[in-house]
Design a protein around this ligand. Structure first.
Ligand code: ZN
Length: 389
């Protein structure tokens, strides 16, 4: 099963929806990244969840003491862990056990990880609020789905120049069917109170809402899965790829993008980070490539092709030796590049007054690098925050 073809993806989501509903019922919600429920999840929950996963209580406390895992804040003000923290704790232990990372570098990785978690959980793809009735959520979402499916009709030919006229005609028909189906569903729920709907309609909207929520969650899991793959494969968090492939539950990153990788790593250098730029087979430093072990000529050839070393060498040459020295400004007072506040620098190259401003700037850069995905989630975010005109 691959993520690239739309119908297979839809088929997968529908299949899983069926299976989940049959086994768990429609009231199940995932909320793996949702801070609304974090108040219920404290250290003891985490310790119990990690039992049998190779992380004991003492190790968990060590991970917490190092500041690798963070508590989130619910709208109610309560603090605790999001459910996803369990997975992060397991990977924290695994990464530490490799012996490759200092605690500082792990912190750097986890900082970046939390930027991604924040992007998918709070800023854009916010979860439906518990304070709003599910029926109201569904009415708003049905209206939103009309808009989203109408939008997908727009520019179909221009954005897909490789499609044959037959494929274009088929996809246009599919998209139009989707628009009219959502108009029909929205029509069913837009005027009447839930209590007076026909039983079949009540069943329909609950099922649809379940499917939308599950689809959102699945997208979040896929997005964060890309980062997990990056890190567990042994790349630095700055490394970016042009493509990803998802097959049989496994994410594969394809076509390393050295230009954007070096841009991002440069920012880490400027923020005072002193970590190597890592790939599984070698690190990139001012002195050149340091291989994790001496490669045979065949192995070197394989690494050369897989990691696109021709691109890397070209990019490094273009940037020159100055690339590796951070822009030293006089230490003392600085102005935050994000909120313009004046702050005292701890390192001379620090650009942001706080972790919060640094995260915000990072998430904006992420949006700029992923315009298509960001547009979709942004549109959704705005509608969630300003629901009715
Ligand atoms: Zn700031």
């Amino acid at each position: 099963m691959t993520m690239q073809s739309r119908p297979a993806e839809q088929e997968f989501v529908e299949e899983v929806t069926e299976a989940l509903q049959n086994n768990l019922g429609e009231d199940v919600q995932f909320r793996i990244f949702d801070p609304q429920i974090c108040g219920s999840f404290q250290r003891d929950w985490l310790a119990a969840a990690l039992e049998g996963q190779g992380v004991d209580g003492a190790e968990l406390d060590w991970i917490l003491d190092q500041g690798l895992l963070r508590r989130s804040k619910a709208p109610s003000g309560e603090e605790g862990f999001i459910l996803y923290t369990e997975r992060m704790a397991v990977l924290a232990k695994n990464l530490w056990d490799t012996g490759r990372y200092s605690v500082d570098e792990l912190r750097h990785i986890f900082d970046d990880w939390y930027v991604r978690v924040e992007i998918i959980s709070t800023e854009h793809l916010a979860y439906d609020s518990f304070d709003v009735d599910d029926y109201d959520h569904f009415r708003r979402r049905a209206a939103e789905m009309i808009e989203i499916s109408e939008h997908s009709l727009f520019g179909l030919a221009e954005n897909n120049p490789s499609w044959t006229p037959e494929v274009l005609a088929e996809r246009t028909r599919d998209a139009e069917t989707k628009v009219s189906r959502w108009r029909w569903i929205h029509g069913l729920v837009s005027n009447d109170a839930d209590a007076i709907l026909a039983p079949s309609v009540r069943k329909l909207w609950r099922k649809q809402l379940f499917q939308l929520r599950w689809l959102d969650e699945w997208c979040r899991i896929m997005q964060i899965g890309e980062f997990e793959t990056l890190i567990t494969d042994g790349y630095s968090p700055e490394v970016t790829f042009y493509g990803t492939r998802w097959e049989n539950g496994k994410t594969t990153l394809t076509n390393l993008n050295w230009s954007s990788t070096l841009d991002r790593f440069r920012e880490t250098l400027n923020e005072g980070g002193a970590f190597p730029l890592r790939t599984p087979g070698f690190n990139v430093t001012a002195q050149g490539l340091t291989f994790t072990r001496h490669p045979s000529p065949e192995e070197y050839q394989a690494i050369f092709e897989k990691e696109r070393l021709d691109q890397l060498f070209g990019e490094l040459e273009r940037r020159g030796p100055g690339y590796w020295t951070c822009d030293l400004e006089a230490s003392g007072r600085g102005q935050c590049a994000e909120c313009k506040a004046i702050f005292e620098r701890t390192t001379s190259s620090r650009k942001y007054c706080s972790e919060r401003c640094s995260s915000r700037a990072k998430s904006r850069r992420w949006r700029e690098a992923n315009p298509e995905r960001a547009r979709e989630s942004q549109a959704k975010y705005y509608r969630e925050n300003y629901p009715e005109e």
